[in-house]
Design a protein around this ligand. Structure first.
Ligand SMILES: [Zn+2]
Length: 367
């Protein structure tokens, strides 16, 4: 008997992923054609900060893996810098991004954001961790009664808060002053998939400018933005009524070696949290993401995914997650399943952690 899968593919999302893994397992030709991909140079020049929302299919929007780092957190909110604050990992993310020579930081909010909506209407009492995270909004001096008067005022205001908070981190203002770094604020409309640009001078959202001239440092960002506009497959898929019923929460790091598209995770089915050290499970925003996914969105599966070579880290990460309050309660009530997966970025093959033996077993392996 094959010991795996330790989990049952109870949701259609899991079933499709499992089928894809089986297909890969029985097709060695596919494996060999993909080999060597992870040797491709990885030169991120964008740090992209987006919401965990399942409709934001960032990876399909022109963000190529070798060009970006992606951080995803509820409502794309960046906290104000606090020195030696282990509950936050934004300073590590930013330090890492600057050391990698990132030239653009993009904060992308979106319409119909569950996080901002909770902020606007008041966070239900039982969602303590979500409330802790959303305090970023209330603690900002930029938020006044007017910003909280209507959701369409709060959307640009939240981007303003994140951009302003970004400048509180060491190195950001200096890099901006030297012309080495540009900050951008965008708002994606999840119905039409139009993107608006936040204009700091007028504190308002404006139609996107597409700048394309040689030597313009914005060219690269414009390329990315025009890709977003050229390829609006999301707009059509959004018409599918089932689209916003995420079934799983994917937790992974900020580098893009792992992306849901290459793993055949269906569009709209996965909330995605990306953190600098997702295995620590001690960050305010990761706790909030877990609470939001499990208690509000009622996802069935929580999957911690790391690239090949991080096996030991993943074992520890799963243990840490098991001690997370929200996860612990949901596991006890058998409402979720917790998975630890090691992904080989060059073959897209997944090895799943067997919780009993602590060993990794390939998914989809035929016995
Ligand atoms: Zn959102």
């Amino acid at each position: 008997m094959n010991a795996l899968p330790a989990w049952l593919p109870v949701t259609s999302t899991m079933e499709k992923m499992y089928a894809f893994q089986q297909q890969l397992a029985s097709n060695n030709a596919t494996l060999s054609t993909h080999q060597g991909e992870d040797d491709a140079p990885y030169h991120p020049d964008i740090l992209f900060i987006g919401c965990i929302d399942a409709r934001l299919d960032l990876e399909r929007l022109g963000i190529t893996p070798e060009r970006s780092l992606i951080r995803r957190t509820i409502a794309a909110l960046v906290p104000h810098y606090k020195k030696d604050h282990p509950e936050q990992d934004f300073s590590e993310t930013i330090e890492h991004a600057l050391s990698r020579g990132v030239k653009h930081i993009i904060v992308m909010g979106h319409t119909q954001c569950g996080g901002l909506d909770a902020c606007f209407h008041g966070v239900p009492k039982h969602l303590q961790r979500v409330a802790d995270h959303l305090r970023i909004i209330d603690e900002s001096p930029l938020i006044d009664a007017q910003a909280k008067h209507a959701i369409d005022a709060l959307e640009p205001a939240s981007i303003h808060v994140s951009l302003d908070n970004l400048r509180s981190y060491p190195g950001i203002k200096e890099a901006e002053a030297k012309g080495q770094l540009t900050l951008h604020g965008l708002l994606a409309n999840t119905k039409t998939y139009d993107i608006q640009e936040y204009d700091e001078a007028s504190n308002a959202l404006k139609k996107m400018r597409l700048i394309k001239k040689p030597g313009d440092t914005s060219v690269m960002v414009s390329d990315f933005i025009s890709l977003m506009k050229q390829e609006p497959p999301c707009a059509q898929r959004l018409e599918n009524p089932d689209i916003h019923e995420p079934e799983l929460l994917m937790i992974t790091g900020i580098d893009t070696h792992i992306n849901p598209t290459s793993l055949h995770i269906e569009y709209g089915k996965a909330l995605i949290y990306r953190g600098f050290d997702p295995c620590a499970a001690r960050r305010t925003d990761e706790k909030a993401a877990l609470e939001f996914a499990i208690e509000v969105k009622r996802v069935k599966d929580v999957v911690l995914m790391l690239p090949k070579g991080s096996e030991e880290k993943l074992r520890q990460g799963i243990e840490n997650l098991q001690h997370n309050h929200t996860v612990q309660q949901a596991l006890a009530k058998k409402e979720i399943q917790l998975h630890g997966w090691i992904v080989d970025p060059s073959t897209h093959r997944i090895a799943a952690l067997d919780p009993a033996t602590k060993q990794f077993m390939p998914l989809g392996k035929t016995s």
